[in-house]
Design a protein around this ligand. Sequence first.
Ligand code: PNS
Length: 157
Amino acid sequence: MKTAIYAGSFDPITNGHLDILDRALKLFDRIIIAVGKNIEKNTLFTTEEQIEMIKTATKGKNVEVNAFTGLLVDYAKKKKIRHIIRGLRAVSDFDYEFQMATLNRRLSHEIDSVFLMTDKEYFYLSSSMVKQLAAAGGAINDYVPKNVRIELEKKFK
Ligand code: PNS
C-alpha cells in the first residue's frame, strides 16, 4: 500500500486542491491530507473546521485527514511516509515550492516532494482568492465544493 502526504493550509480546501488529490490518488493508493500551519498566513477557519470540510469534500476517497504541528518532514517520518504531494499552478508558485522542497530535503534526505500540476481551469485559483470573492459576495460555486461554499457563506453572512 503506497501512501503519500498531501500537505497544505487548506483554508479552505478548493476544487484546485481536489483536482491535485485525484491526480495523487492515481499515483498512490492512499493519501493523508495533512493540515499544517503556515506562519505567514492567518486562517479564516479553525483547524477543526478545515478538517471537517476536507472530510466531507473527500468522502468515499481513500483519504485520511489529519492536522500536524511542527515540521512536515517530522510528521512524515512519524507516519513512515516518504512522499509529500504539492500542487503547482502558475510559474509564480515555483520559487516558493522550490525553496520549501529544498529545505525539506535538507531536513530529511529520505523524503521527496512530488509536484503535480493542476488542471488549467485552476491555474489562478487559490484559497485566498476564494475568500476574497466570498467576502465581497461574489459567486464561488465553480471554485469550491458545495459544503465549503456553505461554510464560507456562513462566515461572511
Ligand atoms: O498551503 P500552504 O500554505 O502553501 O502550505 C504550507 C505548509 C503548511 C505545507 C508549510 O508551511 C509547512 O510545511 N509548515 C510546517 C512547518 C514546516 O515544516 N516548515 C518547513 C518547510 S517551509
